[in-house]
Design a protein around this ligand. Structure first.
Ligand SMILES: Nc1nc2c([nH]c(=O)n2[C@H]2C[C@H](O)[C@@H](COP(=O)(O)OP(=O)(O)OP(=O)(O)O)O2)c(=O)[nH]1
Length: 140
């Protein structure tokens, strides 16, 4: 769904537990850009859906986990060759603290400190820098 700026709004969940976050490689699907890059769970807002609700729904659909959405950390507008996106990043955690992502979903718990070494879509640079700096603080 397009926002006021004409950008496609996207809700993204930073599902964290014990210094790790859930990521997977973007699947190679027809019409889905940037296959093979790592990503956080998320996707486009449906008509009338808030980014927060989209983040919760996509986390559920993609990882199988029911999540509690926390604060909105950042909003990033980015132009890709495939279009203009407005990415809303939310802190999230599994409603059941011991729950694991669905087998076959491709999601893994990656240490936050490892994220700078992985290839993500370009628009994720600011959130990756922010997460890396908060992991330094925790470590230090
Ligand atoms: N899920 C997700 N999308 C991201 C991230 N970083 C980033 O730039 N994006 C971009 C890629 C796409 O342009 C857009 C999300 O679209 P998508 O294609 O993954 O979403 P979707 O599941 O709703 O799409 P569809 O294939 O069902 O049409 O946000 C990220 O970390 N996670």
């Amino acid at each position: 769904m397009a926002g006021a700026t004409g950008a496609t709004r996207v809700g993204i969940g930073l599902i964290a537990r014990g210094g790790r976050v859930l990521i997977r490689r973007r699947p190679p699907r027809p019409g889905s850009p940037m296959p093979g890059l790592w990503e956080f769970p998320g996707g486009k807002c449906e008509p009338g859906e808030s980014p927060e609700a989209a983040a919760a729904r996509e986390c559920r659909e993609e990882t199988g986990l029911l999540v509690e959405i926390g604060r909105r950390r950042r909003v990033v507008t980015h132009r890709y060759p495939h279009g203009l996106v407005e990415l809303h990043y939310f802190d999230a955690r599994p409603a059941d603290p011991g729950a694991e992502p669905e087998a076959g979903s491709g999601f893994i718990w990656a240490p936050v400190a490892d994220l700078p070494n992985l290839s993500f879509p370009e628009a994720n640079a600011p959130i990756l820098a922010e997460l890396a700096s908060s992991s330094d603080e925790e470590a230090g």
